[in-house]
Write a protein that binds this ligand. Structure first.
Ligand SMILES: Cc1cc2nc3c(=O)[nH]c(=O)nc-3n(C[C@H](O)[C@H](O)[C@H](O)COP(=O)(O)OP(=O)(O)OC[C@H]3O[C@@H](n4cnc5c(N)ncnc54)[C@H](O)[C@@H]3O)c2cc1C
Length: 315
């Protein structure tokens, strides 16, 4: 069994297959596990580049989160964010947001445990059979954004090709900004409404719990679309927008920009997964609620369904 993609959906799927006693291998094109639950270290300190936090209302996912909390990897961050918009600044109460002191990627790595993950392993083709890069596999799961899956799928796999083609995705840039000192008004995370550059800004020192003067900003899809070819060039505009929003006198000491060509799917995908008769499965956050929990749920449910089918076939 081959699972392509070591984001939370792929790892949750593979974990379920392994739990059922089925041999499984995850292939991941990046050099690390985590996908869009991405963290990068700057001078030894991690900052989250992808998902900003996650929320939990599924009891099964809550059990997974309890495991992360018990391992010291996840912590309740806040239930109150702020919103900046034409009416000024206001507090927004909501569900508890969870954060990871070592970065959200550490949670996916923990979930992966001893599962075999082949990193730096770009899968190029999935053909009828199914065959993965020319070799027969009992089944193959594509756990990634639809446009990335579309690059692999042979058009003869018509149903899967249609399901991925139906997805609509938005882009984003993430700016990590380290300032000389914490000079912003007290806030934890901010939604920025009707802004030409910013959509959210999080206080990463507060989120991580170390109090470091680091803000992480996500841009609007419209702003990102104009900078996908040269994301680094967008750094000064992101920095200026953040300084203007919070009235920060000093420039950032460090600015890092990460590009997400496929950041988030439009909500409303039919889910929570697809599993076709030819042994091809599709999972990820496009099938269901486009969030961390939805991606986990999609992968877990596909893993269960695939394991049940394969064990039944084996009699
Ligand atoms: C900027 C941003 C902000 C977000 N904010 C939030 C938030 O606040 N809360 C929340 O709940 N969610 C948020 N999300 C969404 C959340 O990150 C995703 O829902 C979740 O991480 C998706 O997991 P996944 O496993 O479905 O996909 P991914 O994490 O994208 O995993 C897919 C994996 O497949 C790999 N891959 C792709 N093609 C190939 C190939 N050909 N061969 C091998 N490997 C391949 C990729 O490298 C990747 O590792 C955010 C996402 C972004 C980008």
């Amino acid at each position: 069994m081959v699972v392509v993609g070591a984001g939370i959906a792929g790892v949750a799927c593979a974990a379920e297959l392994a739990r059922a006693g089925l041999p499984v291998e995850i292939r991941e094109r990046a050099r690390v596990t985590g996908g869009r639950m991405a963290s990068k270290r700057f001078e030894g300190r991690p900052a989250d580049l992808g998902a900003a936090y996650f929320t939990v209302d599924d009891p099964d996912f809550a059990a997974v989160v309890d495991g992360w909390r018990a391992a010291g990897l996840a912590r309740e961050w806040t239930d109150t964010l702020v919103a900046y918009g034409p009416r000024g600044r206001e507090e927004v109460a909501g569900p508890v947001r969870w954060a990871a002191p070592r970065g959200l990627r550490s949670l996916v790595e923990h979930l992966a445990g001893d599962l075999p993950v082949a990193h730096n392993r770009l899968v190029m083709t999935v053909e009828p059979g199914p065959r993965v890069d020319g070799r027969a596999a009992e089944a193959v799961v594509l756990a990634m954004p639809g446009p990335q899956a579309a690059l692999l799928l042979d058009p003869a796999l018509a149903a899967a090709t249609r399901a991925v083609a139906a997805q609509r995705w938005s882009s984003a840039l993430t700016g990590v900004l380290r300032f000389p000192a914490r000079r912003w008004p007290d806030f934890r995370g901010a939604f920025v409404n009707e802004h030409p550059v910013l959509s959210t800004v999080c206080d990463d020192g507060d989120r991580r719990g170390d109090g470091e003067p680091v803000l992480v900003a996500h841009t609007t899809t419209e702003f990102a679309s104009g900078h996908l070819l040269q994301p680094t060039a967008a750094g000064p505009a992101i920095e200026q927008a953040v300084r203007d929003l919070f009235g920060l006198p000093e420039p950032a000491e460090l600015t890092h920009v990460h590009r997400w060509t496929y950041a988030k799917p439009a909500a409303g995908g039919v889910g929570p997964y697809h599993l076709y008769d030819d042994g091809i499965g599709l999972a990820g956050d496009a099938f269901g609620r486009p969030r961390v929990q939805g991606a986990w749920r999609s992968g877990r449910d596909l893993g269960r369904a695939l394991a049940a089918r394969l064990l039944a076939d084996r009699g």
